[in-house]
Design a binder for this molecule. Sequence first.
Ligand code: ZN
Length: 511
Amino acid sequence: MKTLAKLFFVIIIFPNIIIAQTSKKKYEYNIDLLHMSDNEVSVSFTPPRNNLKQGKFIIPKLVPGFYQAMDFGQYISNFTATDKNGKKIAAERLDKNSWLVEDLKHVSKISYQVAGGWNSLKQDTQGAKSPGSMFKKDSVSVINYNSLVGYFEEIKDVPYQINVTKNKDFYASSALDYKKKNENTDIVWAKDYQELVDSPVLYCVPDTTWIKIGHTEVLVSFYDKKERHYSQKIARELETILKNQQAYLGGTLPVNKYAFLIYYESSNERGYMGDGLEHSKSTICLYSAGNMNFLPDALSRVASHEFFHIITPLNIHSEEIQHYDFLNPVMSKHLWLYEGMTEYATIHMPIKQKMISLDDFEKSLEEKIKGMKEFDNKLSFTDLSKNAMERQDQYMNFYQKGALLGLCLDIRLRELSDGKIGTQNLMQMLMKKYGKGKYFNDDELFDEIAKMTYPEIRTFFKDFIEGTQPVPLKESLTKAGFNYDESTGKVSLLPNPDSKQLALRKAWLGQ
Ligand SMILES: [Zn+2]
């Protein structure tokens, strides 16, 4: 009994000590979404305890997933630091996204105003008016914390506590767990800045549906001014896609909770416009259109691509992404992997899971081939990746040529392994080696993959991804019993494939 009692004591007390210690060192933020003036949000915070003479406060220039400067700091005004008696402490704006705060150890509060972002989606999708920014209307708030919250360069890797004051009827849809403190206040914790920024939230009167995919709880949250019961319809569509993705990924998904946050607004424009941004455990989608009929289909396509990002870069990524520099980000060489392989999985999964016919698959390849022709295909993909910020004109080719390179890599792997290994297996192997919390060295990835698979794969990378040789599409497709007419861009089945071609096609596409 004595031992039991002692054990009990230890188990109960020990975690409390840990909480008490860590809670001293944290950023505690207050964000007021309820009382806005001039369309600006009031934000204040207490910095973590420190002994610093001064500190450099940073609001991101850029966030992961974007490749052009967004300068979220430009929306911040009235930056003020005060001590515990409310006396002002000197703070100076250094540039668009950073401030120098003197005598940081005595600062007890920093406050500022954040301009409310955009009013209408169609107005502008450039800069901070995007799925990476923050905005608020009377009945909804879309929050990306990179717009509202910052950090001191000298005090990184500490937890965040955020207190949000909001309309009492609003619900927080997010991959993070929001706790209700009182009618008008929610509290949320994040283990560090990266996790906070990686977890957007949609605040509105809830229209939410939960679905379960394997062991993963998936939240589908929808906002439209008028339509308040739409999440169920979308969730039904997404469920089919997600279950097939789960099977395609070998049966288990590397997340326990995932959230789709969907904002919709009606417009008088013809067609629709939309934008999405993927995160480790959520995707945010913004749409504007004349009517909602297109939504289930459009969302399925977006969801399919974005959800596959749970594999890469969210699980498999380089140090540049693991230790992301929000002020001066360094680009990785491997956008062929992050975007190219993700987009390839998006077009390969439906045929592999028998959701579409061979005919439809050929059409999706033709679309990619046509898309690729809009770009300069003589550029090295690793160079282009490093310079993605400067080469915005070529960036979209990672979704076109990038996906086709994924296809050629898949076929090459199947060829070398007698059909046993393809890119699906490769991604699983990479996830085992570089999954959660780990990262690869940008310069070593190609050698590592070659070691894990075949030396010939190193040559593939050298020729087609580092190098500038054209995508070996005709050669690859022929090996799998397809004819690719380079002059017309048409893909069709070879009339008389031999047994080798048929076997490779079967291993690659399951048919
Ligand atoms: Zn993507």
